[in-house]
Design a binder for this molecule. Sequence first.
Ligand SMILES: Nc1ncnc2c1ncn2[C@@H]1O[C@H](COP(=O)(O)OP(=O)(O)OP(=O)(O)O)[C@@H](O)[C@H]1O
Length: 251
Amino acid sequence: MESILSVKNLQVVFSGFKALKGVDLEVGDREIVTIIGPNGAGKSTLLDAIVSKSPVAAGNVYFQGKDITNKNPYDIARMGIGRKFQNPNVYNELTVFENILLALKGTHGILNSITAKLTKTKKDKIIDVLDRIGLLGDAGTIVSSLSHGQKQWVEIGMVIAQDPSVVLLDEPTAGMTPEETHATGEIIKTLARDHTVVAIEHDMEFVKQIAERIIVLHQGAKLAEGSVEEIQSNPKVVEVYLGREKIDDAA
Ligand SMILES: Nc1ncnc2c1ncn2[C@@H]1O[C@H](COP(=O)(O)OP(=O)(O)OP(=O)(O)O)[C@@H](O)[C@H]1O
């Protein structure tokens, strides 16, 4: 497998605390990789370190064969790695269409973007993004009136509007209803036709819906890696994570 994103022996240290203790990760072009693991395992830190939001203490991150370790986050985004955080970061007072417009490459300033004449290319691009996130019918809706799940989709749309090769998603279904969660899975599967997706997720039904390969992190290290079946039957994973989830559910 040719990797588009490659993480080698990655270490992140916060004031002496080793949040990542030497993690390796290989992600193939247009693959969907899901990262699971208990709270505090280092999942968000791993995505943060890839885009230089957390400083890498040792190890390397390669994107399309280039070493991007600790490069400027803005340059990493421009090179083609898009990152969506847990909470939707959208313009609530603007329409869905305007939110996607603002995220397009080469768009500068809110007022400029909204008042400037829209080229057909930009309009077609926005329509394509809205179609892919299932919000074409809501193009003119003000974002504040959308459900929490729909806001998350707007933000996914804002990420893909920048044409990243790799999309990093941090708990994309957090706070969603089961129906929204399922719809998000279908959106992600469609995205993976054109983008590589790495998603952190807790909801195992969702993981089963989208995952081609699962990475399990535990205490800053990789505990296991494999298909849904391999992960579900791995005794170490059941002990530290999946068994724990069942106990939590029962509680
Ligand atoms: N900026 C920071 N400064 C200090 N410690 C941090 C910082 N960011 C994360 N940590 C610590 O690093 C560890 C890993 O955190 P991280 O958020 O990556 O875990 P996670 O697996 O994403 O957890 P969760 O599922 O709860 O989001 C935790 O112990 C956390 O407290």
